[in-house]
Write a protein that binds this ligand. Structure first.
Ligand code: AMP
Length: 175
């Protein structure tokens, strides 16, 4: 099945000019969800991934499924105020203002082979903050997997320039 057909696009959400790529429609479709997780896992099957690190919140759904598929554990990269133990944190720029991602300081062991996962990469600011958390824990970053890439925003390209292997199942034009 063409997974792109399972994504709902909502124009001008959450603000004018943004084409919001809504993955809830794919996730609600059992066959599409299974195919997406299977295809996202494919490049990493022989890589002996120790941990999948999923980004709050849609990255938790795909990342949890990928962890099971790859026989790995799951590490949550969360918005501020959610994790109960000591954390590493990274601040990143949004179009208006900043946001933060946190990870428990003991979530990963140095040298763990880790795959970063989110639903979508746009400018790459969120993923880059996630990668910095993995680096703070001295993880061995194997790659970054996304369902959707918005290539015009350049995030995937930037990650590749940092030497990160990036995979996305589909791309959409524009923002
Ligand atoms: P960025 O940090 O610019 O790469 O943005 C990626 C994060 O913002 C991801 O967690 C996405 O879920 C969300 N996001 C950014 N742009 C869109 C969009 N057009 N549709 C849906 N989600 C988006």
């Amino acid at each position: 099945m063409d997974l792109k057909q399972s994504i709902r696009t909502i124009p001008d959400y959450p603000k004018p000019g943004i084409m919001f790529r809504d993955v809830t429609t794919l996730m609600a479709d059992a066959a599409a969800l299974q195919q997406a997780v299977h295809e996202m896992a494919a490049p990493y099957r022989d890589q002996k991934i120790d941990q999948v690190a999923g980004i709050d919140a849609r990255g938790f759904i795909l990342g949890g499924a990928l962890a099971v598929e790859l026989g790995a554990g799951f590490t949550a990269l969360r918005k501020p105020g959610k994790l109960p133990w000591t954390t590493f944190s990274e601040t990143y720029e949004l179009e208006y203002g900043t946001d933060e991602l946190h990870m428990h300081t003991d979530a990963l062991d140095a040298g763990d082979k880790v795959l970063l996962v989110d639903d979508l990469i746009a400018t790459g600011g969120t993923a880059e903050a996630g990668l910095k958390l993995l680096k703070a824990a001295e993880a061995d970053i194997v790659g970054a997997a996304f369902l959707i890439d918005l290539p015009e925003l350049g995030g995937a390209q930037r990650l590749r320039e940092f030497g990160i292997m990036v995979h996305a199942l589909m791309a959409f034009d524009g923002h």
